[in-house]
Structures are given as C-alpha cells and as structure tokens.
Design a protein around this ligand. Structure first.
Ligand code: AMP
Length: 504
C-alpha cells in the first residue's frame, strides 16, 4: 500500500532538480532536496517513537523546515497538528491536553513552558528553529536520506487543525489524506497551476490557507514558491517580476492597493491573484482591477472543509461573490431551523458535501453529529445565497446574524450599503443587547482620513435604502476594525466592547 497523500504531493515524477522554494530571504530548496529532507526527518520521528496515527503538535515560526516537518509527519504516518504561533502557553496546554500528541515541537525559545505542558500530558518536547538550530534538525543531519514511506490509505488522518474558536471551545478538525489530496487536485486544475508557476507565499502556515491551499497546490503542480516569513507590500511588489501568482487574505490586497507602487507594470508577469479566508471588499476588487487590470479571484473555504467554491478562471469574477461550487462539491442553501432546501436567491445556511469535507471533530462525536445532516451535508455555519447565475454569496457567520425586534438582519447587507457611502472605508454591523428590540443593529465604521462622515449623515443616507428594522440604532466610528491573523473581523470583540451601549 502506498501513502495516499505523500505520494501525490511528492510524486517521484517531478525532476529532483526542479526548484520548490526559490532562493529569496531563505536558502533555495529543490524537489530532490525536499524529498531527502523529509526522509531524514521521518527517520528522526520514527526514532522518537512516533507510530502511525500519533499526533505531532507543532508551534514553530514559519520556515522551510516547518514544511519539511509537515511532509515528514505525513510520510511517517503521523497526524500533523499545527498551532498558531500567537497561542499562549495556557492555550497550548488545552490543545496538548485535548489532542494528546506524542511530540510537541516548539522553537528553541519556547522550551521551558513547553516542557511543563508536555510533562502534564505525557508528550515529549523537541525543537525546530526557523534558523535551522533545533533538536530535530540536529538529529536529522545524522539520519539517512532514504526512508521507507509508511503506507497510509485515503481515509487515514493526515492532519488535525483546530478551529479558531471565537465562540466556545476550539475544536480539532480531523482531515484525511483524501480530504487534502482531492482538494489540492481540484484547485490545481481549476486555477490552472503548472510546473512553471511561482507562488508568492506570504501567509502563515498554521492555517489551512497557507498550509494546504498554498503549499499543497504548489507541490501537486510541481511548481515553486517564494517563501516569505510575513507579508510586506513593498517586498511582495518587488518580488512580483519573479512570480506568477499570489494567494492572500483580503488585507494583503487592501495594503497593495494603498501602495503607490501597484500598477500594470509591477504585475506584468503575474497571471493570478487569489483571495480568501475573509470577505474581500467589492471596492478593493474594483480598485485593484483599475490599477492592475487583474480581477482578483475570490474563493471560499474553511478549516473543516478545505475549499468549497471559487470564482472561475476564465469566466467573470464577480466582486462580492465567492463564485461557484468547485467540481465535486455539492452546495445547498437551507432553512437554518428546519434544514429544508431553499430556492435560488433566498438567504439561508450554506451546507456542503464532497470529498473535501473533514472526518469530524477530534473526540467530539456529539458536536460532529450536530453539524452534519443525515445525508452527509456539513452545516458550515455561514449564511449565504446562490444567485440566479449560480454565484454563491456569503452574508456572514450565522452567529453574527442580528435579530432585532424579531426580524433577521443580515449584517453584510447593511455593511454593503454603508461601505458604498462616500468617505467610508469599511464597516462591521453587529447586534448589541437592547431593552426594546432584543438586539439593536449597530454599525462600527472606519472612515477615510479627513472625510466628513457623521452618525447623522450615515443614518440619513440609509433611510431610503434599507427597511426601518435594518437601519442601525447607532453608528460608532473607529480607526480600525479588530482583525485576527487571517484578516477576519473579530465581531465578538466589538460585541464585547460595546455591549453596554443601549443599557439604560
Ligand atoms: P477558517 O476555518 O479559519 O478558515 O474560517 C472559515 C470561515 O472564514 C468561513 O466559514 C467563512 O465564514 C470565512 N470565509 C472564508 N473565505 C471567505 C470569503 N471568501 N468570503 C467570506 N468569508 C470567508
């Protein structure tokens, strides 16, 4: 038996001298070197007692060695479990206690706290340093290049990714070899990736976007990437002449649009700009197109499902939509209460089914059962609609829905109206506890510097455009909206900050 995911990602058909990581801030690495490095590290993992199915939890800085570790885990039959580098020891303690990994791999700076946590949960600590100095790398340097890849089937687990858990406990999404491989295969096809592509990789690699969408697609296509520790608009612009594609969160694109260097000449060698993980403002889409001639391709996915929909490669990429269900993905809109399918154009719960959908939440069978329908569709928690042309629109997380005076208010609809007002950069609409209405619709707005945008002005502008129950009861101005590392607006923080606004 073969190793389902590893054999596909590191196919022996790719010439060993083909570049995988282009020389850049870090050293270059070709496919032959990558294969040998995974072999050495897989030996080390086995030597440390890692057996198929064991979890390997990893909280390390971004670097090529972290990608080698991911692939070595898959190759050794282990389950890769990446952790956000921003997590505190208390948070890591929860993940380690929940996932019970064999190994906890941290940077050389974080050993003391990791030792305590590992001791509590029966794990062992190893280190991996972006600069190449950790215990795993030291041991790998002495290990042989050849490794008998551990057989794993389509349904075996390749990774567990914890959801960001803005409400309640973070849950471990179990992703199988086939979940990851099938999605990467679909995306390579849909986005036309080939061996000649060079991707600018500036995303974190503890999240599905940078780890699976970006890295697996590059590997499967036998393409290469310029691997950056973080996003910097000037640096990315300066690298574009050597690249063909960029995958980013919307913040990348707003920062590029703000940069005076963004123009047609700067992007002349680029063929594709992809955005996801959070909604791309239609305005950013249009500004970017006006400056560069490129329509950003927006797609939609989540930790549990990999990618579900994408705007087309050839057809029209419609701002404010996430395109069509990907080949092999079934998508339907249902009544959130009853689960009954809704007709075209109606807003409801987005449900998806396909080979990309995860196997369930780690050790949470009840939670898993509650989020799947009997016919296998996963209830995403995102509200949206499918328009007459088949484009999917996302209207926000179900938990962000505002219920005011018994009426449903979809924040995205109100945000769209506010964002279109002159002088407004962006907005977030939330529901706050309100004595009369249950929740009061509240707009948190970022305005352009020096723009004359007032609460009264916003409210007046919305009067003729939205039904009374959708109109905000108050408008709050802020300099920036709170965002997490993936660029998602953290409405939970806004709700907490302003929860007393309507209190008598
Ligand atoms: P995560 O599991 O961290 O990747 O978050 C997944 C969530 O991000 C989805 O359930 C959506 O709410 C949101 N999301 C991802 N891509 C998009 C997009 N293109 N537009 C709007 N929301 C998105």
């Amino acid at each position: 038996m073969a190793n389902y995911l590893f054999d596909r990602l590191l196919s022996s058909a790719v010439p060993p001298d083909r570049p995988f990581i282009q020389p850049g801030p870090g050293p270059a690495l070709d496919y032959g070197g990558l294969r040998r490095a995974t072999g050495r590290l897989a030996h080390v993992l086995q030597g440390l007692g890692v057996v198929p199915g064991d979890r390997v939890a990893v909280q390390v800085d971004k670097g090529a060695d972290a990608i080698v570790l991911y692939l070595a885990c898959v190759r050794a039959g282990a389950v890769f479990l990446p952790l956000n580098t921003g997590y505190t020891p208390a948070e890591i303690d929860y993940f380690v206690g929940d996932a019970r990994p064999r190994l906890l791999v941290v940077g050389t700076g974080g050993v003391a706290a990791a030792q305590e946590i590992a001791a509590r949960h029966g794990a062992r600590v190893e280190t991996l340093d972006a600069a190449g100095g950790g215990s795993l790398q030291v041991a790998a340097a002495r290990a042989p290049d050849d490794f008998a890849t551990v057989p794993r089937g389509a349904d075996d687990l390749a990774a567990i990714l914890y959801t960001s858990g803005t409400t309640g406990r973070s849950k471990g999404a179990m992703l199988s070899h086939a979940n990851l491989a099938s999605n990467a295969e679909t995306l390579v096809d849909y986005w036309r990736f080939t061996a000649s592509d060079v991707l600018i990789h500036a995303l974190p690699i503890f999240h599905t976007h940078g780890l699976f969408v970006a890295t697996n697609v590059v590997l499967l296509a036998g393409a290469s990437m310029i691997f950056l520790a973080r996003f910097d608009a000037s640096e990315v612009l300066s690298l574009m002449p050597r690249a063909t594609c960029l995958m980013g969160v919307p913040t990348f694109y707003t920062r590029l649009v703000d940069h005076p260097g963004l123009d047609g000449a700067a992007v002349s060698g680029m063929r594709l700009f992809i955005s996801g993980s959070a909604p791309l403002l239609a305005e950013t889409h249009r500004d970017f197109a006006a400056r560069t001639g490129h329509a950003i391709l927006e797609r939609y996915g989540m930790t549990e499902t990999n990618m579900n929909t994408s705007n087309p490669y050839d057809g029209e990429r419609v701002p404010g939509t996430v395109g069509f269900p990907l080949p092999g993905v079934l998508l339907r809109i249902t009544d959130p209460e009853t689960g009954a399918a809704l007709p075209t154009g109606e807003i409801g719960m987005i449900e998806v089914k396909g080979p990309n959908i995860f196997k369930g939440y780690w050790q949470m069978p009840e939670k898993t059962a509650a989020e799947f329908r009997a016919d296998g569709f996963f209830i995403t928690g995102d509200l949206g609609l499918v328009d007459a042309r088949g484009y999917v629109q996302i209207l926000g997380r179900g938990k962000d829905l505002v219920i005011s005076g018994g009426f449903n208010v979809y924040p995205k609809e109100v945000e769209g109206e506010i964002d279109a007002l002159p002088g407004v950069i962006e907005s977030a609409v939330i529901g706050l506890p309100h004595a009369d209405f249950g929740e009061g619709v509240t707009a948190v707005v970022v305005r352009r510097k020096g723009a004359d945008v007032t609460e009264a002005g916003v409210l007046e502008a919305l009067m003729g455009r939205l039904a009374k129950f959708k109109q905000p009861k108050a408008v709050i101005f802020v300099d920036d909206l709170p965002r997490n590392t993936m660029g998602k607006v953290q409405k939970n923080i806004l709700r907490e900050t302003y929860k007393g606004l309507y209190k008598p």
